[in-house]
Design a binder for this molecule. Structure first.
Ligand code: GLU
Length: 480
């Protein structure tokens, strides 16, 4: 059997978004599962919108996700170059050959002419395809137009019977009816190829065996199949993976939060969580295990388990994966990524070991690192501001708080265990328990009625800071 060769072919005209990353992942998993090769090709023929900076950003994001490629612009390979802007001579030669063989022709129509032809066809209720004017030009007429210095593109001749059937690996048979496409441009008048021509030429030259990409490319696929035919080559197998929609069921876009991989990276999501989440966008393994490592995904990934219906991008679910990973891989592993999200006063107040402990506690329940600032409140070294419920809880517990000041003040071994013991003992002595015991204390120490285990918080905060907070709460409680 032929070695499997798949490619991810981003255009460096924007950042790597969730949809692109999912396409890259499915290609990567397929290649690894099949023992094949994963190729990275940069489709940068839109010179105005492409940039080297965006290209490196995409490479960095893929590396961060752990999707390394076997051949690509930075590491070469036997089928290079892997940047389309460096392959232009190839497309030109290919287009010239197609013209020489009568499968393509130069087109001199201007944008205005094309626009008015389109308008005419629209009025006549005809599909808005090119009417073939330049296909019918004689040699003399072509020469005359050239002599006039008219800009010239190259159009591919769509065969008269243009019905095509595709055996899509996900969707089964897809029929493209005859007449669906008209003669299409393969080389623009600026000398650069169109996406369809460059992609098909490269897929052929790079011996790509499977094209796995978004369903929005279906209408390109029919054109690319025709190009393969004209080149006398067998097209690759195609798998069109489903769209990703936002929760409102519209196509995923910037409006739906931060669908860029780089944004998620910056917000402190573990790469493992993004990968695991993306794998489940349209695919599912047998069984109901959801947490799967990259290795397990490779082992289980099969295209026939990719659903053809759209998947919904749900940040709540991604957050779930994220907190599961931070917890299960061990929070300490992410400490350096998390620290930039810690407020400065916290970083100044504690040694690194303590910061690691704080992060471990927060990680029990932390959807993303951008929430650290909020969740870390109980550990802030200053005196908390008391408002609302917290203020009320404190106001109703003056006796308890005064007694706790004495008891905690006497505490020599400042550990969660002994603090827990003292709080219980206080409760027994004063005849209060449960919420009535813990709420006022928690409110006084942290300014909130909710948060992580109070004894642990007190241990980490330290004796001075805890006593200061309780004293201040008591003083505040005196003034109604
Ligand atoms: N450059 C195209 C894109 O980013 C690639 C599509 C394809 O995989 O052929 O959409």
């Amino acid at each position: 059997m032929k070695e499997v060769r798949v490619r991810f072919a981003p255009s460096p005209t924007g950042h790597l978004h969730v949809g692109g990353a999912r396409t890259a992942l499915f290609n990567w998993l397929f290649a690894r599962h099949e023992g094949g090769r994963f190729i990275l090709r940069i489709e940068d023929t839109d010179v105005e919108r492409s940039s080297g900076e965006l290209e490196s950003g995409i490479l960095d994001d893929l590396m961060w996700l752990g999707l390394a490629w076997d051949e690509g612009p930075d590491r070469g390979g036997a089928f290079g170059p892997y940047r389309q802007s460096e392959r232009v001579a190839l497309y030109r030669a290919g287009a010239e050959r197609l013209v020489a063989e009568g499968r393509a022709y130069p087109c001199f129509c201007t944008d205005e002419e094309l626009e008015s032809k389109k308008e005419e066809r629209r009025r006549a209720n005809l599909p808005p395809q090119y009417d073939g004017t330049c296909r019918r030009l004689s040699g003399d007429e072509r020469a005359r137009r050239r002599a006039e210095g008219r800009a010239e593109s190259v159009r591919f001749i769509v065969p008269p019977d243009s019905e095509r059937r595709l055996d899509d690996l996900l969707r089964g048979e897809v029929v493209f009816p005859s007449g669906m496409v008209g003669d299409f441009v393969i080389m623009r008048s600026n000398g650069l190829p169109t996406y369809n021509f460059a992609a098909a030429t490269d897929d052929a030259a790079m011996e790509i065996t499977h094209v796995i990409r978004g369903e929005e490319h279906l209408s390109n696929t029919v054109r690319q199949i025709m190009i393969y035919e004209a080149l006398g080559l067998e097209p690759p197998r195609f798998a069109h993976i489903p769209l990703i929609l936002g929760l409102d069921r519209s196509k995923l876009s910037k409006r739906h939060g931060a669908p860029n991989v780089g944004d998620f990276h910056a917000r402190g999501y573990p790469a493992e969580a993004i990968i695991n989440y993306l794998a489940f966008l349209g695919w599912s393994p047998p069984g109901d295990r959801e947490m799967l490592s990259l290795g397990e995904l490779v082992e289980k990934f099969r295209l026939d388990r990719v659903s053809p219906s759209p998947s919904i991008f749900d940040e709540v679910k991604l957050n779930w994966f994220s907190s599961q990973y931070v917890k299960s891989l061990g929070a300490r592993r992410y400490l350096d990524d998390a620290l930039p999200h810690f407020p400065q006063d916290v970083k100044d107040a504690y040694p690194r070991e303590r910061l690691a402990e704080i992060f471990e506690i927060l990680a029990e329940n932390l959807p993303s690192f951008s929430r650290i600032e909020e969740e870390i409140a109980p550990f802030r070294p200053g005196i908390p501001a008391l408002a609302g419920d917290a203020r009320e809880a404190v106001a109703g517990a003056r006796e308890l708080l005064s007694a706790s000041l004495v008891s905690l003040g006497e505490c020599e071994e400042w550990s969660a265990a002994s603090l827990g013991g003292r709080i219980k003992e206080l409760g027994t002595r004063l005849g209060v328990k449960g919420k009535a015991l813990y709420m006022p204390l928690r409110a006084a120490v942290t300014g909130s009625l909710h948060g992580p285990d109070l004894s642990r918080v007190m241990e980490i905060r330290g004796k001075e800071s805890v006593l200061r907070a309780i004293r201040s709460a008591l003083a505040g409680a005196e003034t109604p």
